[in-house]
Design a protein around this ligand. Structure first.
Ligand code: FA5
Length: 348
């Protein structure tokens, strides 16, 4: 390559290069421009390679021009790179911009489940009367769930048809919280005043007022001189505290093997007020079973049945919640529909 041709190329490359560098709109493009201007296959490199063949005088001058072109292009590239990096940072900052004047997004506030609320209210009524909370396991043995409660082996409740047994022989899902009566009396001396909330399980056809898993609160009071009128007064006080003076309470005789006498307690239906409707059938909603603790049960737990008497009751929490809130179907409590659940407003 003759020197004048080389000089023409260098001048052209400087001019073309500065334009391309100024026009590069991204760091990637700038890199490509750099390779095309100064890379191994660029016209500038070709001039460099031809220098060896040029006579020494012209080579020195051409070498200087070639170096000048190279540094001019490198300076321009460095300047453009700084500009592009700056604007990339700006874009990043722009994307990250937070408008602190926008209103915040509030997380939805949860609420306590209505059955949790009602169970706590029931327990609260009794703890204010001096009762203590007791607990027992949901998987029970036949002694606590049946035998000690005076429910003999041939009782229908003990068949597979009515109870949910587990694979371990002699163990089942407790069918009533009455099992906690036994556990309490086995470990504590009288006087005993306890309430025991918890889940129970039965093989039961599910409908508006029956679940196969539901919750009960058991009550047990054993002391010297406890009579049936103590039971009646306690349950009436409970009904007033829970439902107010408008709901009427009805006691009528019932049979449970572990009490004598036994009663069933119902309140007048919240929907028809005792007339009879699709929710209650006969105007009354059965809330609980109760009675005087059978002497044999006291003896099974080592209590002196001559000296001590007691009463017990067991109520369905879903039924109490239905009456309290006017809910027509207890399955609603278990469907997990937030629109239903959030109406009860208990703060979580
Ligand atoms: C009992 O479970 C007795 N343990 C109650 C008792 C305790 C009697 C102490 C005497 C002394 P019962 O099976 O009737 O009794 O159930 C008691 C309450 O649980 C019922 O009044 C009702 O409110 C509720 N209940 C019963 N079965 C269901 C069910 N399938 N679904 C929802 N609630 C139920």
């Amino acid at each position: 390559m003759d020197p004048s041709e080389a000089r023409r190329i260098l001048d052209g490359e400087r001019e073309r290069g500065l334009e391309l560098i100024a026009a590069a709109s991204s760091l990637d493009e700038l890199e490509r421009v750099k390779v095309s201007l100064l890379g191994r296959r660029s016209p500038w490199s070709e001039v460099q390679r031809s220098l060896g063949a040029v006579d020494p005088e012209a080579r020195r001058e051409l070498g200087r021009s070639s170096n000048e072109v190279k540094s001019a292009l490198e300076d321009a590239i460095a300047g453009r790179r700084a500009e592009l990096e700056g604007s990339a940072d700006d874009r990043l900052l722009e994307g990250d911009r937070v408008d602190v004047t926008l209103p915040g997004r509030r997380p939805r506030q949860g609420s306590l489940h209505p059955l949790t609320i009602v169970q706590a209210q029931i327990v609260d009524v009794f703890t204010r009367m001096g009762y203590r909370v007791a607990e027992g396991p949901e998987i029970e043995d036949e002694w606590h769930n049946f035998e000690a409660l005076n429910i003999p082996p041939d009782h229908p409740a003990r068949t597979m048809k009515d109870s949910l047994y587990i694979d371990v022989p002699g163990l089942l899902l407790r069918t009533e919280t009455s099992a906690v009566q036994i556990r309490t009396m086995e470990t504590e001396e009288p006087p005993v005043y306890v309430v025991a909330p918890g889940r129970v399980y039965r093989r039961e056809a599910v409908d508006a007022t029956h679940g196969s898993m539901f919750q009960q609160v058991e009550g047990l009071a054993v002391d010297e001189g406890i009579s049936f009128s103590d039971l009646k007064g306690t349950l009436e006080a409970f009904a007033r505290a829970m439902f107010g003076p408008d709901r009427r309470v009805r006691l009528h005789p019932d049979y449970f093997p572990f009490v004598e006498p036994g009663v069933q307690v119902a309140v007048s239906c919240f929907l028809c007020d005792g007339v009879g409707c699709r929710v209650c059938g006969n105007g009354w909603i059965e809330l609980l079973g109760a009675g005087m603790v059978h002497p044999r049960v006291l003896q099974n737990c080592g209590y002196d049945a001559e000296r001590f008497t007691g009463f017990a009751f067991g109520m369905g929490v879903e039924r109490v919640a239905m009456v309290r809130y006017g809910v027509e179907d207890l399955r609603l409590f278990y469907e997990g529909d937030v629109r239903f659940l959030e109406q009860f407003g208990g703060a979580a």
